[in-house]
Ligand binder design. Sequence first.
Ligand code: PLP
Length: 356
Amino acid sequence: MIPIARPLIGEDEQNAVLDVMASGMVAQGPRVKEFESRFAEMCGAEHGIATTSGTSALHVALLAHEIGPGHEVLTSPFSFIASANCALFVGAKPVFVDIEPDYFTIDPEKIREKITPRTRAIEPVHLYGQACDMVAILEIADEYDLVIIEDACQAHGAKFNDQSVGSFGTACFSFYPTKNITTGEGGMITTNDANIAEKARLVRDHGSPVRYQHESLGYNLRMNDMQAAIGLTQLPKLDQWNKKRQENAAYLTQELSKVEGVVPPAIRENAVHVFHQYTIRIPNRDEAVEKLREKGVGVGVHYPTPIHQQPYYQKLGYSDSLPQSEAASREVLSLPVHPSLSQDDLDQIVEAVASL
Ligand SMILES: Cc1ncc(COP(=O)(O)O)c(C=O)c1O
């Protein structure tokens, strides 16, 4: 089976972890600090704050911006559940805006109609490795004085108008093993706002600027040095791995454009797409999933149920109609695009899709 994802963890990563273990300093320490500054630099941001996961990065980011009860956060329903749950964690309300059908990301044209006096933030999700239309989104945020929290959990290295995601607002990344780079589990907040960075560091570590002095309510959401050591080893490889993902995607698109009924992913003008996922639209999606797996192609569905239709959100009373997200959930199918695919793998994928 050609896997849908394949974390690249080799001797470099193993040695880096062994070094940390040998040092005896295995909790948050110098490696975390170095990973934070190198990762922030890659994004063109001034500050990096490492956390335990992308989910905790989003949670900490919202708390650092003092988003809480009575506030609304505008986001996409066509995403992983954490994109919306982070608003619930802090007592705020996620409000869903439908997506642009070509790019699967929040539709800026539909943001304005969802803004109320309670709206505090827009949380664009750079889904599948493609940046949202940040020019349009920043313009709206400016007009209504809203905070931008980028969910860049799938978009390490992605760009829009030559600017890296992670530098448009306060941004959150995930280092889960399937992501373009990993730390096992882990997350990162990036920001150019020193005040937000300081607050995020406090939330991450018991509200404690100095040991055993606690100035605000905080949690333990710290990354450890073994995770950061893996991240430091992976980070210099990100460009090369993203390039391979882009080449794989270009080949798949060239070949799959010839297959009737299949809609390959579109790349936004002025965007650098890093293809965390290569996601097509296809008729009879569920049947295609079964058949492709039978043919040895590991596929995924990201995501089969939009967030507003998840059982928990239904219990909360969400009854929105968001037709583009609902249609995407029925039609999307992700094919392997990761850097370890061979030309034979790519040809097998194309052949399997063409013969459906
Ligand atoms: C868009 C998006 N947001 C948030 C997350 C949460 O990240 P993590 O799994 O590291 O908590 C993910 C991870 O899959 C994601 O894809």
